[in-house]
Design a protein around this ligand. Sequence first.
Ligand code: SF4
Length: 364
Amino acid sequence: MLAVETEQASLAGALGRRGITRRQLVKFCSLMLTTLALPDKYLAATVAAVSKAKKQVLVWMQFQDCAGCSESMLRSSHPEIADIVLDLFSWEYHELIMAGSGAAANAVLDRVVTQEKGNYIAVVEGGIPTADGGVYCTIGGRSALDIAKTVCGNAAATIAVGACAADGGFMRAHPNPTGAVGLEEAVPGIRLINMNGCAHNPVNTAAVLVHYLTFRDLPAVDQHNRPLFAYGRVIHDQCERRAHYDAGRFVTEWGDEGHRKGYCLYKMGCKGPAATFNCPTAQWNDHTSWPIRAGHGCIACASPRFWDHMSPFYDRLPSVPGFGVEVTAGELGLGLVGAVVAGVTVHGLITMIRPAPPYPETKV
Ligand code: SF4
């Protein structure tokens, strides 16, 4: 009887009932390792850990948000991320998809905090207003700030998905009438990882969840509490249009010949030289494209406070207020990239607040 219960509670059992084969699970784990920039030698351990994992309780809270991060997660299908991630955890609370509502839904959240204290994963989507006692976002009569303190304060770990949860997002953009902030400022001192981006990339968030299940720890992070595997490299250095930049071939007008030929978008305001993210490799929509491939410059949506610090989005980098680089467009080139990389690297080395956990040696 116990064996049956364990099978039903494990991911392997749940996936089997959904018709997801072991081959598909191995493919998923392989994608997660690639995303995490971990070598293949961890594949066997990852598949074993994920297969045998007892489903852990997860609660997903939405505060000042547009539900875009939920949609991004639930509509992902490369290869079956939504299915597998939904089955990896016991999703006890998620306003967008749960059947219950009102007092019954609130009771579920209260029960998780009480009965699963210290053992559940909390995911937060959306900013948290702090002005006027937090009245600008309330759920069931409680402020988002109060709920976040209780739920995240008692979780094993919290994942802030999207720019809004990470740093307040567009609600925090000037003049920020609701006093919105990100989770890190609203509830300091919790075990937290930030998945910046508008929206977060579900491949990266799934990789963090798989990393947690496999190694029982969160991955190494940078000075902004973002995982290094996803936010450690400058977009400009990974960009498929980089050769055009180096050759001085730029789009100068939307729809011009350079635009049709896929030239560099720097002169149209691309912030790729000043942004770090794995957008060029993780990509979107089942790994089919990303903004620069689609013909639009990067707006640095995974950078802290990008709504204020990286806008106007169509201004060239040296003239973006707050960027603070005293160079002309012509001088930008390698000098700026070097400065960004050096800044990220040095700052990261000095202020990195959580190193990678010790990975166990395993055989494939
Ligand atoms: S400026 Fe933008 S489009 Fe041009 S190479 Fe850099 S990241 Fe790519």
